[in-house]
Structure formats: C-alpha cells, structure tokens
Design a protein around this ligand. Structure first.
Ligand code: SF4
Ligand code: SF4
Length: 358
C-alpha cells in the first residue's frame, strides 16, 4: 500500500505553474479589473480586490550562461520580490507590489545591461529557433542573429513608437520552426545537397530519406557498388528536409546558404485574420558574428513601416493598404518574380485560423 502511494515523476507536459506564481498574481488570478502602462516596459495591474502589481519587463540575450541567470535572480531577490517569469519572446518579467520599487529595479537592470521595454507598440524581443546550440540541422546561428540585431534595434525595444507591435523571428533552416512574424529572417539553401556516398549506407534509412523529399527528387541508387541515394537536381528545391534524417546529404554551405527576409505574417486574430508572411528579399550573406547586411535590410523595412503606416496598422495591414508595388518602391528592395509567392490554391488548403493548432 505504501508503495502505491509513492508519487511518480510526470514525464510529459509542463509542470504546474500556479505554485510558482508571485503571491499577488496567484491570489488575484482571473480577477483583474484593468491594467495600464505607466511607461514603456512597465505594466500596472489593478485587481477587483484593490491589489496592485507592477511588472517590469527587460530584454535578455535569450540563450544565457549560468552567471547571467544568477545575476538576473540576484536582481529579483534584491530589487523585486523573488519571483520572475519569461515571456514567449524571452523577455524576463519582475513583479513588485509597490510603485516605489519600480525605479530602483529599472536602475539595477540598466546597471547590468538589461534594457527595460518590449511592451505596447515596440519591437519586442526577437523570437528564434534553436540554432547551433541545440538543434542538429541549422544552417546558421539563431541567437547570434538575434543578439546582433537587438543591439542595433534596442532603442525600438525601449520605446513604444511603432504603429503597432512588431514581432520578429529568425529561423536557422528552411523547415522553419520559427513560425509567422511581422519580419522574419530565414536561412535559404541555394544549392542541392552534396551526398557523401561512403556514409549513406551506414547512417541513413534510405526509404525514410526518399519519403522525406517534398518534390520526390531523391531515388535509391548504387554508387561505387554501395547502396546510396541520388538527387534529381532539376527537381530539388533546396529545402534541406533530407539532411536531418541523413546527415551525409550535406546542404549547409558557407557560400551558398544565404538568408532571406519575409514580412507580413501574424498569428493573432486581432483586427484582421492571421496572415502568412511573404519573402521580400533573399541572397543576403550568412555573415557571422554580426550579420551586418541582414541588420541593414531589417532596419530599412522597419523604419519605412514606422514612417508610413497609420496608427495600429500591423506590418500586414500596412502592406495590404499600400499594395506590394508600393512596398517595394518605398523600401527600395528590388522586386523579382521569385518574391511574394501568392499561390492562389493557398486560400483553400492552408490553415489560416488560430483555432486550429498543430
Ligand atoms: S529552424 Fe530548423 S535548424 Fe533551426 S532549430 Fe528549428 S528545425 Fe532546427
Ligand atoms: S533538399 Fe529538399 S528538395 Fe532537395 S533533395 Fe533534399 S528534401 Fe528533396
């Protein structure tokens, strides 16, 4: 009987967050009367019980070393009330119970180099995929692009001067676990994979690799007397999907793996329905550690949007109003037939509702 009562670890799903909430958030859960934003980066929530909570949001470099995390935790202990949470865009938030705690907390964050902002109509932290640190197939770093871009855009993080919120993302392969964003930076392979035939038979499940190709460009083949694969390069769209199940199909290349910028995606249903982003420039060099060409292109699009959009227009709304020809005219980006693919069949067979999630 005693054995049956042992609590076993739950090895699926996220842990229950409620015991970890700031006590005032737990007490007033679902009972908030209103909230406002006294300044960029600070949210002020008032409950029906009269309780008040100030939340201070700061940007981080996303993938952090243990010393940085300890610094953030020390700030929570000394200047807040020991509770933090991370937003989906990797901002850290501190909750405090009195307005008097807000200014010293912001000063402590600033002293350690963490900008306060990311609320309202700002450029929030860039969400990114795992990059070199965690994933086995990336063609570029993701957190590196984010860090170098946010170094240049951090004034737009600390102010709320954009027409509407701006969500940006980066993805380090074309399979793109980064999702939709107002501006997205995505790796783009431009050459078919180069196959290491010596390795294929030892490392790859050939039927799995063949099945993986979206355009049926891969066939089994015997090469030098060994079972291997071949690619019909006329069909290959250089998507990179065959590389994860078969690393000998090497597609990453310092010269031919480029970066492309897509704009106008959003997940929310607010004002307009969710939209798919579209590619507006490509072939930018994959140039670590600061990716200057990508930063220049992103800043150009962002500043044209900031100057030209009407209040509350998201990137997609703005483009819809002015039209794609004017978008290319205003941003000075060269238009080619390969950009802004708007395949008509997409209207009926692609998911365009936030009610369905995969
Ligand atoms: S975008 Fe691609 S490479 Fe990057 S983490 Fe996601 S699956 Fe991995
Ligand atoms: S890169 Fe994509 S299209 Fe080309 S062979 Fe591999 S899976 Fe097929």
């Amino acid at each position: 009987m005693a054995q049956a009562q042992i609590r076993r670890a739950i090895e699926s799903g996220v842990p229950d967050h409620v015991p970890l909430l700031h006590p005032k958030l737990a007490k007033n859960y679902g009972n908030w009367k209103y909230h406002d934003r006294p300044r960029p980066g600070v949210l002020h929530h008032v409950s029906h019980t009269g309780d008040e909570v100030w939340t201070v949001r700061a940007g981080t470099q996303r993938q952090m070393d243990v010393f940085t995390i300890r610094t953030l935790c020390d700030i929570a202990d000394q200047f807040a009330e020991g509770h933090v949470r991370f937003t989906i865009r990797s901002n850290i938030e501190y909750m405090v119970s009195s307005e008097a705690q807000v200014a010293p907390l912001i000063a402590a964050l600033g002293k350690h180099g963490f900008p306060v902002g990311g609320t309202g109509n700002s450029v929030s932290m860039i969400s990114h995929t795992q990059g070199w640190l965690h994933c086995d197939i990336p063609g570029t770093d993701a957190s590196g692009v984010v860090k170098s871009l946010m170094d240049e855009l951090h004034e737009e993080f600390t102010r709320e001067e954009m027409p509407n919120r701006v969500h940006m993302s980066t993805s380090c392969c074309e399979i793109n676990c980064g999702g939709q964003a107002d501006i997205a930076i995505i790796i783009q392979h431009t050459k078919p994979p180069v196959i290491n035939h010596e390795m294929v038979a030892n490392v790859c499940e050939r039927p799995t690799v063949v099945a993986r190709c979206p355009v049926a460009a891969i066939r089994p083949a015997m090469v030098n007397g060994k079972p291997s694969l071949e690619v019909d390069e006329k069909k290959c769209i250089c998507c990179g999907a065959c590389y994860p199940p078969c690393p000998p199909m090497q597609i990453n290349d310092p010269e031919n793996s480029k970066l492309a910028i897509w704009v106008g995606g959003k997940n929310s249903n607010a004002r307009g329905k969710p939209t798919f982003m579209k590619m507006v420039t490509s072939g930018l060099p994959n140039n670590p550690p600061r990716w200057p060409e990508v930063a220049a292109a992103v800043k150009n699009i962002l500043h044209v949007y900031k100057d030209d959009a009407r209040p509350w227009e998201r990137m997609a709304d703005w483009i819809e109003r002015i039209g794609w020809p004017r978008f290319f005219e205003k941003t000075g980006l060269p238009f080619t037939k390969y950009l802004i693919d708007d395949w008509r069949g997409a209207r009926t067979n692609l998911n365009a509702s936030t009610h369905i999630r995969f």
